[in-house]
Design a protein around this ligand. Structure first.
Ligand code: COD
Ligand code: ZN
Ligand code: ZN
Length: 377
């Protein structure tokens, strides 16, 4: 019997609603509709604050308002819609900003993960074109199929990964975005080789996760770069062998790196999201065998000019979303690796706050004081 039949009713709960651009979060009582066919209603228990959520508030990423953002979360399945077979009420899960439908050309290709069902353009609705949230009689839009700044959310079955029942939800929520993005950029997308030299531009939570990935892959030298030297100690604690600030040099950073490494940089990672560092990172990897990965989301509708000679000599330039992982397959495996202590998430979690202190969490992010704040519902 479909267990969701027991709970097919609207749930009233707390959510942080953004009513418009550059507006503060407003904690509201919202109605969360029951899951329709092939949908899952999740009780969110922990959710991290990611820079991309802030980009919605500022307008750097366009979405429809009013909206419930939040996309780095963990929780427990509350009920399931008709036809759902891969999760059941009570399962621990991570909702996925990048679905894995298993059928589209990306899902079928072993080297791709950008599923056609992903909402990367801010449609803000589920597959049937409607939302499952209402507040004060008004529909509230979803964000990247997740909307975790709510005590309950509804996602599609293709946007949920079932994880180990013993996983600590207040930590593994970071697998929903920041950690997986950085770690995967090194392990899955670049496929860093043992003994290599890696350079990471930007030492926020995602950059630190790239460093952890380079370390796990066996890189022997990992150079961290940031304009803020306060980021260096943490970077070294997770595996950077040295850290530099471009402001301390008059030479261009690629020349500094070439001299430091005797021209042997195998991999560079752009984890800032700026056009200048994308070019710096490309230029800094070895002209013939170097690979540079764009991890930071590029600013919307900005173009880049570069000297094609940089590629002509043999460099590889690639990008990835969510580290390149196939989300439903790989995120549960990452949780297993975490449980097996292959890496630690504690260095990334600088603040833990109750959900109603969400605005405080965003202030910490904007002041550069937090790596990741985790909100507990
Ligand atoms: N050179 C070096 N470091 C710099 C520079 C610069 N020119 N400018 C800023 N920095 C440093 C800052 O001091 C800071 O330490 C760091 O770069 C950025 O860190 P945070 O804490 O602001 O951000 P993160 O690490 O949480 O995330 C940064 C990304 C750029 C990766 C993020 O915003 C992003 O674009 N994510 C998209 C990637 C993805 O797949 N996302 C999935 C959904 S979000
Ligand atoms: Zn994110
Ligand atoms: Zn797909």
């Amino acid at each position: 019997m479909n267990m969701s039949l027991f709970s097919l009713q609207v749930i009233k709960c707390k959510a942080a609603v953004l009513w418009g651009l550059k507006q503060p979060f407003s904690i509201e009582e919202v109605e969360v509709a029951p899951p329709k066919a092939y949908e899952v209603r999740i009780k969110i228990l922990a959710t991290g604050i990611c820079r991309t959520d802030e980009h919605v508030i500022s307008g750097a990423i366009s979405t429809k308002f009013p909206v419930i953002v939040g996309h780095e979360a963990s929780g427990i399945v509350e009920s399931i819609g008709e036809g759902v077979t891969t999760v059941k009420p009570g399962d621990k899960v991570i909702p996925l900003l990048l679905p894995q439908c298993g059928k589209c050309s990306s899902c079928i290709n072993p080297n791709a993960n950008c599923c056609v069902k992903a909402d990367l353009t801010g449609k803000g609705v589920l597959s049937d074109g409607t939302t499952r949230f209402t507040c004060k009689g008004q529909p509230i839009y979803h964000f990247v199929n997740v909307s975790s700044f709510s005590e309950y959310t509804v996602v599609e079955e293709t946007s949920v990964a079932k994880i180990d029942a013993a996983a600590p939800l207040e930590k593994v929520c970071l697998m929903g975005c920041g950690f997986s993005t950085g770690y995967g950029a090194a392990m899955k997308t670049a496929k860093v080789t043992p003994g290599s030299t890696c350079v990471v531009f930007g030492l926020g939570g995602v950059g630190l996760s790239v460093i952890m990935g380079c370390k796990s892959a066996g890189a022997s030298r990992i150079i961290g770069i940031d304009l803020n030297k306060d980021k260096f100690d943490k970077a070294k604690s997770v595996g950077a062998t040295e850290c530099i600030n471009p402001k301390d040099y008059t030479k261009p950073i690629h020349e500094v790196l070439s001299e430091m490494t005797d021209n042997s940089v195998g991999y560079t990672f752009e984890v800032v999201g700026s056009l200048e560092t994308m070019i710096d990172a490309l230029t800094s990897c070895h002209p013939s065998y170097g690979t540079s990965v764009v991890v930071g989301a590029p600013p919307s509708s900005k173009m880049l000019t570069y000297d094609p000679m940089l590629l002509f000599t043999g460099r590889t330039w690639k990008g990835c979303i969510l580290g390149g992982w196939k989300t439903r397959d790989d995120i549960p495996k990452l949780v297993c690796d975490f449980m097996a202590k292959k890496f630690d998430l504690d260095p990334l979690i600088t603040h833990v706050l109750p959900f109603n202190k969400i605005s405080e969490g965003f202030d910490l992010l904007c002041k550069g004081e937090s790596i990741r704040s985790v909100l507990l519902m």
